[in-house]
Design a protein around this ligand. Structure first.
Ligand code: FES
Length: 321
């Protein structure tokens, strides 16, 4: 049976089923709860019970003081909810609330998604997951000479399994080493996260996503995060490519459109994406626009949209090489 958790002061809510920890259920629901090790060692996931009952699910090495115990503090990574619960807990409200991290991960899979794109799947240790916000990037390195920044193409709701879309035609040492010398089980060091290409979670305006090529990666992260939050806002994805084969996750986008009433997918092949977008959405004061892709294209699209009346506070841009 599912129980209901409410976090104060944000009033974010989510359901918890079975013996899930409160932390795991909250992260899966898209909340940016404060945590570190997720394993009972650091104390960063400390929260105060306002009402309801929790049940400890695992031993934790971190020691709560007597004063904390008396004030009903618990560790969210070491307990589940026995009843509906209201908790007072810290949540990140922006990139400055997320600490810099350095994590040694392992390659779980390298997949040739198309002739031009590799999907890199890396996994963090169970006790050191990457805390990040949807849309952010990290620096990946195989060794000291191969460091490159990439946007994370997955959702923070799965903080152990990190996905990246790697263009094979890049001649950076990292990409060349990945293509020619890397395999499952190899080590990748992740440093970060960084960047402020973030979802405006408080907005109820229609969301327009404009992805140029592999600019789809951070936009996928934003969309999956919006889905985890069950946003009521309408989402429209315009994915802009030169040819149909470059829509390397076309089926995924179509499956989102089939599954969700509030999601629309518009592949844009070799035409002016902004013109196309403006034909469908002329009331720019009623939308939030997220653009990701190469700098020349994102700059040009931004200028056109601002000139067409989009308020600059409703425009968020990420440059992806
Ligand atoms: S996240 Fe470290 S103790 Fe819970």
């Amino acid at each position: 049976m599912a129980v209901h958790i409410k976090i104060q002061p944000s009033n974010h809510e989510f359901c918890l089923e079975g013996n899930d920890t409160i932390l795991d259920a909250g992260v899966r629901a898209g909340l940016a709860l404060n945590y570190g090790c997720a394993n009972g060692n650091c104390g960063l996931c400390k929260a105060r019970i306002v009402s309801g009952k929790v049940k400890k699910t695992r031993h934790h090495d971190y020691v709560l003081s007597e004063a904390e115990k008396n004030r009903d503090y618990v560790l969210m990574c070491a307990c589940t909810a026995a009843t509906d619960v209201v908790l007072e807990a810290l949540e990140a409200s922006g990139e400055n609330d997320i600490p810099a991290q350095k994590i040694t991960t392992k390659i779980k899979r390298i997949e040739q998604t198309t002739d031009n794109i590799l999907t890199l799947h890396i996994q963090t240790p169970r006790i050191q997951r990457l805390r990040f916000l949807a849309g952010q990037s990290v620096t990946l390195s195989l060794d000291k000479s191969t460091r490159t920044d990439f946007p994370i193409a997955s959702c923070p709701c799965d903080d152990r399994n990190l996905l990246f879309h790697i263009p094979c035609d890049s001649d950076t040492p990292f990409v060349q080493a990945l293509i020619h010398n890397s395999k499952k089980g190899d080590t990748v060091t992740v440093t970060g996260p960084h960047g402020h290409f973030l979802l405006n979670e408080g907005s109820r305006r229609t969301q327009l996503y404009l992805a140029y090529g592999t600019g789809f990666a951070p936009i996928k992260s934003l969309i999956e995060h919006a889905m985890a939050l069950e946003t009521p806002a309408t989402m429209n994805l315009f994915w802009v490519v030169d040819k149909k084969e470059d829509l390397y996750m076309n089926n995924l986008c179509r499956s989102w459109e089939d599954a969700l009433d509030n999601f629309n997918y518009h592949p844009v092949i070799d035409t002016d994406a902004v013109e196309h977008l403006l034909e469908k959405h002329s009331r720019l004061e009623a939308v939030d626009v997220y653009i990701a892709g190469p700098e020349t294209l994102t700059r040009c699209a931004s200028e056109k949209l601002l000139a067409a009346g989009l308020p600059d506070t409703q425009l968020t841009v990420s440059t992806v090489d």
